[in-house]
Design a protein around this ligand. Sequence first.
Ligand SMILES: *Cc1c(COP(=O)(O)O)cnc(C)c1O
Length: 350
Amino acid sequence: MPFFLNAKVRDLTPYEPIAGDYPVRLDANESFLQPDSITFEEIARAVEGVAFNRYPDPTAAALCAAFAGYYAIDPALVTAGNGSDELLSVISTAFTQQDDKVITFTPDFSMYGVYTGLAGCDHMPLEKKNYQLDLTVAQGIRARMVLFSNPCNPTSLTIPAEEIRRFVRSTPALVVLDEAYMDFSEGSLMHEINDFENLIILRTASKALGMASLRLGFAITNERLTNALRAVKSPYNVNALSQAIGAALYGNHERVRQGIELIRTQRDKLREMFMLICRQVPGRLDLIGSEANFLFAKCVEAEKVTAYLKAQGIIIRQFGGTLRITVGNAEENHALLMALQEFFGGEAYA
Ligand SMILES: *Cc1c(COP(=O)(O)O)cnc(C)c1O
């Protein structure tokens, strides 16, 4: 008998990471602080006590305590996930019903549409004007859930905390505020989470912490929603190794702070030089946002630029007429700027 795939998965394709060996990877918004951020000795020490024959702690208590300790929040309001991607998936399926309306904004993180689509929701993406998020356009629409990132991926723009507060209070919908890049900016609502009935904040160790490989994400929400989330997630969703290493990582406050500071410093330097190039070629390259650990720029020749960089071993992301460039270390950023300079034929950067 022929087997037919159901409609909601028929047209999906597996996520395709960039294949091949490129020396400069500025495409995935990862941290450039690889091996020196945590030593193998520390990892060995953290993992030493793990009982490999036992299932991990379903509450990930030590990890959540370390995360909460770093951000000075209540650990009872933190739920750990296998990356914030898992939490997005669990939230989308658990807190909606078939055909519920879910609002997202474009451009934003593409996975919001994927998970809510799989949950059978009626996904309603609202187009942003000039890449800027305006929550008031969602105000009149009766939705079950609203998801967005702040700072936004891919625009690297933020919206003021006050606009989010006002929106969350004005809507009966569950608001999922993805703060994956908030360590690089200001205006988190994490510390006032108890003021809201309908807000879940997501954070991740994948960007600022430089630990994308561990798959560690966190949901911060009020007690009622925390209880619901812990009840619906699969019990052993975060493996014991990631829990142990994650706890050690967040436990070292000074190193986390320094790591973030280093990335912010490189980001500011890259932004400054990038703007020099932009000014040399008016209308051809325009910086839109740089609040996260990546730059977002408008560029009519985006496709050509991306191919040109790729030929030189530098990978960035291109969406239509825009570029998203992750901040790298000093050498990587230098290589990028030199290549851009060559492409555009200016002389601002040497
Ligand atoms: C990278 C990213 C995530 C995913 O983070 P993981 O914790 O690695 O799953 C979530 N949201 C946004 C906006 C991201 O850019």
